[in-house]
Design a protein around this ligand. Sequence first.
Ligand code: MGD
Ligand code: MGD
Ligand code: SF4
Ligand code: MO
Length: 730
Amino acid sequence: MSATHHRSCNLCEAMCGLVITHDDTRVLDIRGDKDDPLSQGHICPKAFALRDLHEDGDRLRTPLRRTDSGWQDIGWDEAFDLVTSELRAVQARHGQDAVAVYQGNPSVHNLGTMLMSPHMVRSLRTRNRYSATSVDQLPHHFVGYYLFGHQFMLPVPDVDRTQHMLVLGANPIVSNGSIMSAPGMRRRLNQLRERGGQLVVVDPRRSETAARADAHHFIRPGTDAMLLAALIHRVFATCGPRLRHLAEHVAGLDALAEAVARFPAARVAQAVGIDAPAIEAMADAVTAADSAVVYGRMGVCTAEFGALGMWLVTALNLVTGNLDRPGGMMFASPAVDVLARTSRGGHDRWRSRVRDLPEFGGELPVAALAEEIDTPGPGQVRGLVTSAGNPVLSTPNGKRLGAALGQLEFMVSVDPYLNETTRHAHVILPPKIGLEVPHYDLIFHGLAVRNTARFADALFPGHDNARTDAEIFAALARRLGPGGKVSTLGKLERRATLAMSPTQQLDMALRRGPYGKWSGRLLRGDGLSVALLRGEPHGVDLGPLRPQLPEGIRAKGGVLQLAPALILRDFDRLDTALRREDGRARSRRDPDPPVGDPGRAHPLRLIGRRSLQDHNSWLHNAATLMKGRPRCVLHMHPDDAERRGLSAGQRVRLSSRVGAVEVPVHLTDQMMPGVVSLPHGWGHTADDTRQTLASASPGVSINDVTDAALLDQLSGNAALSGVPVQVAGV
Ligand SMILES: Nc1nc2c(c(=O)[nH]1)N[C@H]1C(S)=C(S)[C@@H](COP(=O)(O)OP(=O)(O)OC[C@H]3O[C@@H](n4cnc5c(=O)[nH]c(N)nc54)[C@H](O)[C@@H]3O)O[C@H]1N2
Ligand SMILES: Nc1nc2c(c(=O)[nH]1)N[C@H]1C(S)=C(S)[C@@H](COP(=O)(O)OP(=O)(O)OC[C@H]3O[C@@H](n4cnc5c(=O)[nH]c(N)nc54)[C@H](O)[C@@H]3O)O[C@H]1N2
Ligand code: SF4
Ligand SMILES: [Mo]
C-alpha cells in the first residue's frame, strides 16, 4: 500500500518542498512539491539521495567502540556511560579546555541537533569549540555582530523583486543559494531577466551562474575586498551616498569614504584583474537601477579579507540605498524568532593557545584545530567530540588534522557513517537521519527570500532501538550534568528542556513567535503552532520580505556604525596586500621571476567548485549521485596547460606549501588564466571506513593542499580560495 508524505528537503539551505511516495519501509518516488510557496516544485538531483541514505546498508545502526581487534557493537547505555566517563577523565587529567568540540554543517539542518546539542556542549565548559562556520560563513556573522548588533542578523537578497543583481563569489544555480535560501535560482534569475533586470557575476570561473549573466568578470582570487572598496569609492565619487529611511541611523560615512579613497578603480584594476572602466561601470549599474542588490558568498568569505569583503558588500548595499528595501538586501521575518532565542555574539573574549587567534561567537577558527591537538604543552587538546562533520576532508590541511586525531586520548563522533574523520573516534554514536526524524528549518526560514514555515513529522520509524541526534545529545547532557555552577531555577529549566522533544520545543517557539498562537497576531483565524503546520503539508506562506529597520537594529543606540576602528585598521592590511598583488602582477608578466619570489614556486591560484551531484563530503555513498563521469578533476585554462606541456585528461600533481595531490586535469576556458579549480569533499579512504561506493571513487582532497596558515586575520575564517599552488605533469 503506498501513501504520500510531504516535507522539505533538509540537505541544503534551499528547503525544497518534496512529495514522497512510500510504502511501510521504502521510498517509492520523490518529486518536487508544486504547492510549496518557496520552492514551487523545484528539486535537485540530491533530493533522491534521501532515498539512498534511507536504504544505505553502510549506514551505522548501533554504537561502535574501537578495540584492538576492530570495531565492536555496543549498547546505547554502555556507550553513553563510556563517553561521559572518558570525556570527564580527559578533563580531570588535563583541564576543561582539553576536550574540544567540532560541529559540522548538517547540524544546522537538523532540528534536534540545533535544540539539544547546545546543552551537551555547555556541559563540557570548554573554550575549544569549533565548527564548519569558520570554513564558510563566519564573515557574515562578523558583519551581523558589528554592524547590526547580532551575529545572526544576516540580510538576504530580495531576488524576486530586484532589478539588478551583482553576485560575487557565489554560484547559486548549483548551490541553490547560501545565506539566501532560494530554491530554483534558474527560474528566479530568468524572471529577473524577463522583467528587464540585469545579472552581473564576478567569479574567477565562468560558473553555471556566470554563464547566464548579462555580464561576467573574471577576478583574481582573494581580491574581492579591493574591488568592493573601488565600487564604493565610485559611488561616493559619482552620486554620493543615498541612505533613504536609514539616514538618521548611520554613522561613519565620512570615515568610510576616506578609507575607500585609497582604492580607486584605476589603482586596484591590475591586482583584481578587471579594468578600471569595467569596475566603474559595475558600480554605475548598481546606482542606476531602480533597485539593486549586491550579494557575496563563499568566494568573498573564504579569503584573506573575508570579513572586510562582506563588510563592504553590506556597505555597498547601504550607501546605494538598497539595504532593507524591496528589491535590495532585506531581512527575513521567520516564524521562530531566532534572534530573541540566541546570544548576540561576542568577539576576542579568548584566544587560541598556539596561534593566538581570537574567538568569535564562542568558537575558535577551525584552521587552528590540528595545531591545538598536535602541539604539546599546557592546554593541549586531548579529547574531541565531533558531530555531523568531516573536518579531515573539509578543513584546511586536513591531512595534518587526520594525523592529529590519531593522537587523541579520547574521541567520540555523533555520525551515521564510518568515514575519514570518525574512523579516528574511540566511540561512534550513529543517529537516525533524514526521513527518520521530524523536520523544521529553524535557521534557514530566517535566511530565505520569502517568509514561509513548514514542518514534517518523521516518515519512517528508523531501525529498532535507533536514537535521534536529539536523544543522543540529551542523554549525554543528562549524564554530564551542567558542568559548573547553575542556579536552582537554571537546573529546573535545563531538566525540563532535556525532557521535551524537539517537536514540543518547536511548538512552544512557534506559538511565542511573531505569527504564533500566543503572540496576539492571527493568521487565517489561527496562529502558528505545530498542530497548524501539520494541517498545512505544503507549508504556510507568510509573504514577501518586509522592511525591518531602523526598529530592528540591535547595535548600540540603534545606529549602524559603518566604519568602526577594527574595520578601518583592516584597510591598512588591504593596502599592504594591494601592493603585494601589484608586485605579483609584475612578476606574472616576467616569465622567469627571481628566485625567492613567492610567485615562482606557486604561481597559480587554487579555488573550489561545487557540482549538482555532490554535497560537501558526505553524499558519495549515494548510488543515484555516483553515476556519470568522475567529478574530482582539476580545471585549468588551456594556456596554463600549454605553458606546462600538459594535455587534456592527463594526471597532474597539484602542490602547495603544505601538500600535494595527483588528479586528472580538464582543460577549459571557463577558468581564468592563472587559476585552477578542484571540488572539495573528496579524498575518501577505503582503509578502515565503511562506505563502499565512496571508496570505489575516492578522488583526492583539496584540503590536503589548502593551507591552515592562510586565514582572514580579522574574523579567523579560513582562506580556502586563492591558495598559491603549482601544477606539473606526473
Ligand atoms: N550542489 C551543491 N550545493 C551546495 C553544496 C554542495 O556541496 N553541492 N554545499 C552547500 C554549502 S555547505 C554551501 S556553504 C553553499 C555555498 O554556496 P555558494 O557560495 O553559491 O557556492 P560555491 O559553489 O562554493 O560558489 C563560490 C563561487 O565563488 C567562486 N570563487 C572562488 N574564489 C573566488 C574569489 O576569490 N572571488 C570571487 N568573486 N569568486 C570566487 C567560485 O568559482 C564559485 O563559483 O552551497 C550549498 N549548496
Ligand atoms: N576547500 C574547501 N573546503 C571546504 C569548502 C570549500 O568550498 N572548499 N566548503 C566548506 C563548507 S561551506 C562547509 S559547510 C564544510 C562542510 O564541512 P563538514 O560539516 O565538516 O563536512 P560535511 O562534508 O558536511 O560532513 C557532514 C557529516 O555529517 C554527517 N551527517 C549527515 N547528516 C547528519 C545528521 O543528521 N546527524 C549527524 N549527527 N550527522 C550527520 C555525515 O555523515 C558527514 O560525516 O566544508 C567546508 N570545506
Ligand atoms: S536544492 Fe536539492 S538538496 Fe537543496 S533542498 Fe532542494 S532538493 Fe534538497
Ligand atoms: Mo557551507
